[in-house]
Design a protein around this ligand. Structure first.
Ligand code: AMP
Ligand code: GLY
Length: 432
C-alpha cells in the first residue's frame, strides 16, 4: 500500500476539548504540522493559533486554503451546524465531523425527539410547541417536575428543570415571549422528567460502524455534591461502572444501533463524533440528548484512553474506511478537574494572570480552556472554564489523588473548583 500523505491539520475551536485534540495531534506520527483556529493561550505555546469566525463556512475554507491544510478536525457544534463540513468537503478537504444534516441531532431538539419517536428509541415522553398558549395549556395537564428545553442551540443553557407549575410557566414565557435564547427558543420541547443517573457515551461513527469510547460522567453543577447552577461541566472521569455490561448491551441494541440505522435510512452519511447523553433509569438507558461533537470536558479524559492513535481513527472515519475492531484501548482511569474563573457560571473575572508549575508529575497534564496569551508572554484568564487538570492512573482513586495534588501549584485570582469530582464512581469503587 502507498504511504499515506502526512497530515497538515487545522483544529477548529478554542476550549479544553480542542487542547486535548491538539495534544493528540502533537503525539501522532501521522501529523506533520498542526494549527488551531482560533485557539487559546495554552495552545499558542504549542501551535500556531489563527483568528477565524467559526460560524462562517467560507471564512473557514479561505483559512484552510491559505494554510494548505489537508485535514480539519472540528471541535464545537457551531461550525458543524453552520455547514462548515459541507463546504470543506465540497472543496475536496477531508474533515472529521458530521455534515449539517447530521448536526441537526444537536441543533434541533424538536428534530431529535421526532427522530427518536420514529425509530422507537427509548427517551422521555415529550411534546413540541411553537405557540406559547398551547404550551401553557399543555403544562397545566402535566405532572411536576417537568423539563422545558429551547429547541435550538443555546450553549448548554437552554434547559430548565421546573419543580412547580409556576416555575415551568415562567421558563416557557422566558423562552417564547421574552426570547432569552433568541431564535433558539421560538420552538420549545416540554419533556417528562427522567429519574436516574446520567452518563456520557462518546461514539466515533463511520456510517453504521462505530467505536464506543469508555463511558464517562461529567459534573454539570458548579457546587460540590452536584448543587448550584449548571455549567458547561466542572469535571469528568472515565470509565464509569454506572454503565454495567447489561446497560451497555441495551444501549447498543436499543439506542446506538437503531440510531445509526435511522440516520442511514434518512440519507444521512454520519461521520464524526456522536455524543449520546443517557439517563440510566430503572427501565434501562434512555436518551437525554445527542451532541454531534466530543463533550467538553469528557474529550479530555477520553483521548488518553486510546492506545490507538486518535488522529488515525479520525482520518479513517473521514475517509469512510474505519474498522473499529482494530482499535486498542488503554487500561486504567482518567479524571479532569476544571479550574474555573471567579464568578463562573455567571459574570466572570477576566485578565487575571495565571501561575503554572514549571514541571508536572508523570501522567498529569494541564489543558487550557478560557486563557489568552498576551504579547509579553504572560497567560491570563479570558473565559469561564480556565484550565483543566487531567490525570491518568491505574484506578480512579489514583488518578484523582494525582490531579488534586497538582492543583495547589496553580494560581489565579478568583480560581474555584470542585473537590469531589468522581465521587459517584469512588463510592461505587468502595473508596469513599
Ligand atoms: P440537555 O441539554 O438536553 O442535555 O439537558 C441538560 C441537562 O438537563 C441534562 O444533562 C440533564 O442533566 C438535564 N435533563 C435534560 N432532560 C432531562 C429529562 N428529561 N429528565 C431529567 N433531566 C433532564
Ligand atoms: N460536558 C457536556 C457537553 O459537552 O455538552
Amino acid at each position: 500500500m502507498a504511504t499515506p500523505q502526512p497530515l497538515q491539520v487545522l483544529i477548529l475551536g478554542s476550549g479544553g476539548r480542542e487542547h486535548a485534540l491538539l495534544k493528540a495531534c502533537l503525539r501522532s506520527p501521522r501529523v506533520q504540522r498542526v494549527a488551531v483556529a482560533p485557539g487559546n493561550g495554552g495552545m499558542a505555546l504549542e501551535a500556531e493559533c489563527l483568528p477565524v469566525d467559526l460560524g462562517n463556512p467560507e471564512a473557514v475554507l479561505a483559512l484552510v486554503q491559505k494554510t494548505a491544510t489537508n485535514f480539519v478536525i472540528v471541535g464545537p457544534e457551531v461550525p458543524l451546524a453552520a455547514g462548515v463540513v459541507d463546504v470543506l468537503e465540497a472543496a475536496g478537504v477531508r474533515v472529521y465531523g458530521p455534515l449539517a444534516a447530521g448536526a441537526k441531532l444537536e441543533a434541533s431538539k424538536a428534530f431529535t425527539k421526532e427522530f427518536l419517536f420514529r425509530y422507537k428509541i427509548p427517551t422521555a415522553a415529550s411534546a413540541t410547541f411553537t405557540d406559547l398558549n398551547r404550551g401553557l395549556e399543555y403544562l397545566r395537564t402535566q405532572p411536576m417536575p417537568i423539563v422545558i428545553k429551547a429547541s435550538g442551540l443555546a450553549a448548554g443553557k437552554g434547559v430548565v428543570i421546573a419543580q412547580t407549575l409556576v416555575e415551568a410557566e415562567t421558563a416557557l414565557r422566558d423562552m417564547m415571549e421574552a426570547k432569552v435564547f433568541g431564535k433558539s427558543g421560538e420552538e420549545v420541547v416540554i419533556e417528562e422528567f427522567m429519574q436516574g443517573e446520567e452518563a456520557s457515551i462518546m461514539l466515533m461513527v463511520c456510517g453504521e460502524e462505530y467505536l464506543m469510547l469508555p463511558p464517562s460522567q461529567d459534573h454539570k453543577r458548579v457546587g460540590e455534591g452536584d448543587t448550584g447552577l449548571n455549567t458547561g461541566g466542572m469535571g469528568a472521569y472515565a470509565p464509569t461502572t454506572v454503565v454495567t455490561p447489561e446497560v451497555e448491551g441495551r444501549l447498543r441494541t436499543e439506542i446506538i444501533e437503531p440510531t445509526l440505522r435511522g440516520l442511514k435510512r434518512e440519507g444521512i452519511d454520519y461521520r464524526g463524533t456522536l455524543y449520546v447523553g443517557i439517563m440510566v433509569t430503572s427501565q434501562g438507558p434512555k436518551v437525554v440528548e445527542f451532541n454531534v461533537r466530543f463533550g467538553d470536558p469528557e474529550c479530555q479524559v477520553l483521548m488518553p484512553s486510546l492506545a490507538t492513535d486518535p488522529v488515525e481513527i479520525m482520518e479513517q472515519i473521514a475517509a469512510g474506511t474505519f474498522k473499529p475492531s482494530q482499535v486498542k484501548l488503554r487500561p486504567g482511569a482518567t479524571i479532569i478537574v476544571v479550574l474555573a474563573a471567579g464568578g463562573y457560571p455567571g459574570d466572570i473575572r477576566k485578565g487575571d494572570v495565571i501561575t503554572l508549575p514549571a514541571t508536572l508529575p508523570a501522567g498529569v497534564d494541564i489543558l487550557h480552556g478560557g486563557t489568552q496569551r498576551l504579547s509579553d508572554g504572560r497567560v491570563v484568564t479570558s473565559g469561564g472554564r480556565v484550565l483543566g487538570v487531567v490525570a491518568h492512573g491505574a484506578t480512579l482513586q489514583e488518578a484523582s489523588q494525582k490531579a488534586y495534588a497538582v492543583i495547589p501549584t496553580i494560581q489565579f485570582t478568583g480560581m474555584h473548583y470542585r473537590r469531589d469530582i468522581g465521587y459517584r464512581q469512588l463510592k461505587r469503587d468502595g473508596v469513599l
